[in-house]
Design a protein around this ligand. Sequence first.
Ligand SMILES: *Cc1c(COP(=O)(O)O)cnc(C)c1O
Ligand SMILES: [Zn+2]
Length: 366
Amino acid sequence: MSVTVGFRCGVCERTYGLDEMAWRCACGGVFMLEGAPSFKGTASVSDLPWSLWRYHRALPVVGSGESWKQISLGEGLTPIVRDSPGVLLKLDFVMPTLSFKDRGSVLLVAAASDLRVRRMIADSSGNAGVSIAAYAARAGIATEVFVPSSTSPAKVSQLKAYGAVVRRITGSRADTAQAALSAVQETRAFYASHVYNPFFYHGTKTFAFECYEQLAGRLPDAVVIPAGNGTLLLGAALGFAELVNAGLVERSPRLFAVQASNCSPIGKARGVALPGFTETVAEGIAIPSPARLDEMIRAIESTGGDLLVVDEDDILRARTVLLARGIDVEPTAAAGYAVVQGWDRDDPGAVLVALTGAGVKSPRAR
Ligand SMILES: *Cc1c(COP(=O)(O)O)cnc(C)c1O
Ligand SMILES: [Zn+2]
């Protein structure tokens, strides 16, 4: 299979070839993918491989696009289990590196590999870097990952184990991104950014295709997703939109973005009174100024969803409740579950909560 894709700026519409290695438009706008295939129902599904690559006909690849066959770790096709009446959980941490980020990383690294990239730089609050490091190891691409010094030791040790060079940056998540960018400019390495690179979102869109198949076409009324940079939220929005455009479902589920009340850029953009930006136990969504904030707001508003904010206590309590049901997730993932704990649903519609990261990534306080 060969599909020609390029980047298009979401602001000024300028187009770029992939071989230009740009990560953002000269105008500062973020890229969308142009010419990417989309989901068309059973014609887009292969019985094999038994992974998210069963949708490979609906996924963008570069050139002859063969690298994924070497680097795939069987990611995707994560379980959906029933929690209580009307509440479904998608265990999206049942992944090779124990977070949903593998959906996006495998596409991003496959694209880099098909572009003959030899060196990459990534920045991450943890899980995206871990995931990129794993696929980079498989692809034989030397990778440096910049993380905030506050990142969980478990994630740092995962990074090192995969052979990535780890740069721990003192200061905020934004300082970490800035340090990575300076290094990209100095070394001319490929910027393997899960935030800026649209391939990542075409990987996370498989979340929606799986929901469609696993639930036999009966999508839940609402989908709840913890959102920092919005890579799962936006990928899910893209995937559900493809299902609607193909006439497979009538409408997208309402998408609910979950943020910590301590760090809610969507709330801030909407003028909601919140404590202001401080730390949160949900480190995976501690992103004060996401690059695709406008897209995130559009994704929730266009589907009739909303922002939901949760307190620190609610997050920790939700983690404990899940454990008592045999499900061990990190606090960021528990944030999504926290909202359905106190959810007063005005209709009996079903809700599906994305559980995004495994518990071993973040040790519990005793
Ligand atoms: C990265 C991450 C999130 C948030 O994803 P974004 O792309 O930043 O919205 C949520 N949960 C976990 C466990 C994560 O690693
Ligand atoms: Zn532009």
